[in-house]
Design a protein around this ligand. Structure first.
Ligand code: ATP
Length: 296
């Protein structure tokens, strides 16, 4: 079982010719509500990739909360321990301009109410092979979950997004950190990828820096170092490529794949997701990943 302790947001996306300035009203071209949040995205990615997955966190008592729960369930994610709290669910209000730029307001809502893992969360974590964490829940809750996992011998995989300073007490409990190149630079202060990887490995046993269409760079304290090639594809929407990569990687590791095979599996899964629109809607099933692995 892979547990994911993280955020669930409803993305409210308005497509406009150009974003309104303060005091201005513009007419949008289209509007979509899309289930998201890095936690929910990683849970769905892992479940689609063939993992047995439990999602831990909170949604509000509004219609978005019910829709988020239903989306996770449809993807086969166990939501028995997902809390329903009074008040609104987390939302991301996203304005996408025709030229491609976007601006985003995130209101954490129910996610911000998760100040510590619940008793149910702790039992699910203790029975897991891996715990996936991101930084969209309050930091004290993320640290609490990481430390509980470490005490139970559960591998902690951290996506350090959104980028922010990382407390030592969190990193001390992390087994594998997976930043993108911007997050790696923000954490280490280094833009050279090899040097950033070395700096990360001083703080955690294993690290992967993802590099978009350039693939990724993996290293371990034991001395392993691998370049992970990206699969050459025509990308149409890279939203949640990172979440797909991490979800698939956690499944591959929990199945005991060697690092090079697990990274290739994740890279193939992410390459499928970038060829389709959307976040959770773009994540491949295990059958799709296996088919791509066999033809690649
Ligand atoms: P996001 O924030 O959009 O979820 P990210 O910035 O966290 O993404 P990236 O480094 O952009 O993560 O991408 C993660 C992985 O997805 C890469 O390591 C690669 O395997 C795959 N990927 C991303 N973009 C492409 C692309 N254009 N073509 C092929 N693979 C890609």
């Amino acid at each position: 079982m892979i547990s994911v302790f993280g955020s669930a947001n409803m993305d409210l996306v308005a497509y406009v010719p150009s974003a309104p300035k303060l005091g201005e009203t513009v007419t949008g071209r289209a509007f979509r509500t899309i289930p998201g949040g890095k936690g929910a995205n990683q849970a769905i990615a892992a479940a689609r990739a063939g993992g047995q997955v439990a999602f831990l966190g909170a949604v509000g008592d509004d219609s978005f909360g019910a829709a988020l729960r239903a989306t996770l369930e449809e993807a086969g994610v166990d939501v028995a321990a997902l809390r329903r709290v009074e008040g609104p669910s987390g939302i991301a209000h996203i304005v996408v301009e025709d030229a491609g730029g976007n601006s985003i307001i995130v209101v954490p809502g129910a996610n911000g109410r998760v100040t510590e893992p619940s008793g149910d969360d702790l039992s699910v974590i203790a029975g897991s092979s891996a715990l996936l964490l991101q930084l969209e829940l309050p930091m004290e809750a993320v640290i609490g979950a990481a430390q509980a996992a470490q005490l139970s011998g559960v591998a902690v995989i951290l996506t350090p997004a959104p980028a922010q300073p990382l407390p030592e007490e969190l990193l001390d409990a992390v087994s594998l950190i997976v930043p993108n190149e911007h997050e790696a630079a923000a954490i280490t202060g280094l833009t050279d990828q090899d040097k950033a990887l070395d700096a990360l490995l001083e703080r955690v046993p294993e690290a992967v820096i993802t590099l978009g269409s350039e693939g990724g760079l993996y290293g371990s304290r034991e001395g392993a170092r691998l370049r992970v090639p990206a699969v050459r594809v025509k990308a149409v929407d890279t939203t949640a490529a990172g979440d797909t990569f991490v979800g698939a990687l956690s499944v591959a590791r929990s199945e005991g794949m060697a690092p090079a095979d697990a990274l290739h599996f994740a890279s193939v899964a992410a390459s499928i997701s970038v060829q389709r629109e959307g976040a959770s809607t773009s994540m491949p099933t295990r059958a799709e990943i296996d088919a791509a692995l066999n033809t690649g």
